[in-house]
Design a protein around this ligand. Structure first.
Ligand code: SF4
Ligand code: SF4
Length: 198
């Protein structure tokens, strides 16, 4: 049986009272946040939050265990890249943002390896298809860190093979929080350098 649509009251059908109510809510939050931010500047009322939004990057939420973060290229026990440059991930990628250049490996036991492996994170839609397509578990998104979100040119957002391999090393040696700490430190250093150059 169809559920009847909720009926609007007369005040709601007049629209203007509802518009004024909305403006009132927005103004109340604006004034409250402005006041608290101003007090915080003087070291006052620090125990009261000024806004409901997370003040990233100063604050950040803990990502859930299911979070699919930045990519990484996994490593063999000798720290060499596991990828065999088969192009299955690049073929499966709906955003066409994986760029691989295959090369002959000096070891005759290894057929191919990626001379170049790059992901354009401005095009990536974080669907995980590359991870699903890989036949040898050479690419993962289990890093609990998002890719770099600041930069001054497009190249700043292209993750190279070196960057993707380094993530695996940091994860193995220092744990998953280290990736986020390193990123935040790098962000603050870049921000300070940019401020000095102003
Ligand atoms: S997550 Fe999706 S869009 Fe991003 S590189 Fe992998 S397949 Fe492409
Ligand atoms: S990451 Fe996996 S699917 Fe992609 S080229 Fe390397 S081995 Fe093939």
């Amino acid at each position: 049986m169809a559920v009847p649509a909720p009926r609007l009251t007369l005040a709601e059908r007049l629209y203007l009272p509802e518009v004024l109510r909305g403006v009132g809510v927005t103004t109340r939050h604006f004034v409250r946040n402005l006041t608290l931010h101003t007090l915080h500047l003087f070291g006052l009322a620090k125990d009261r939050r000024a806004a409901v939004t997370t003040q990233y990057p100063e604050e950040r939420k803990v990502y859930s265990d299911g979070y699919r973060g930045a990519h990484r290229l996994t490593l063999k026990p000798d720290n060499a890249v596991r990828c065999t440059a088969c192009f299955l991930c690049a073929t499966a990628c709906p955003a066409k943002c994986i760029h691989i250049e295959a090369g002959e490996h000096p070891d005759p036991e290894v057929e191919k390896y990626p001379v170049r492996y790059e992901i354009d994170t401005l095009q990536c839609i974080y669907c995980g298809m590359c991870v699903e397509a890989c036949p040898c578990d050479a690419i993962r998104m289990d890093t609990y860190v998002h890719p770099k979100i600041w930069g001054y040119q497009r190249e700043d957002f292209v993750e190279t093979k070196q960057v993707l391999m380094a993530r695996s090393r940091v994860l193995a040696e220092r744990g998953r929080d280290a990736l986020m700490s390193d990123m935040l430190r790098e962000y603050r250093e870049d921000e300070a350098a940019a401020a000095e150059g102003r």
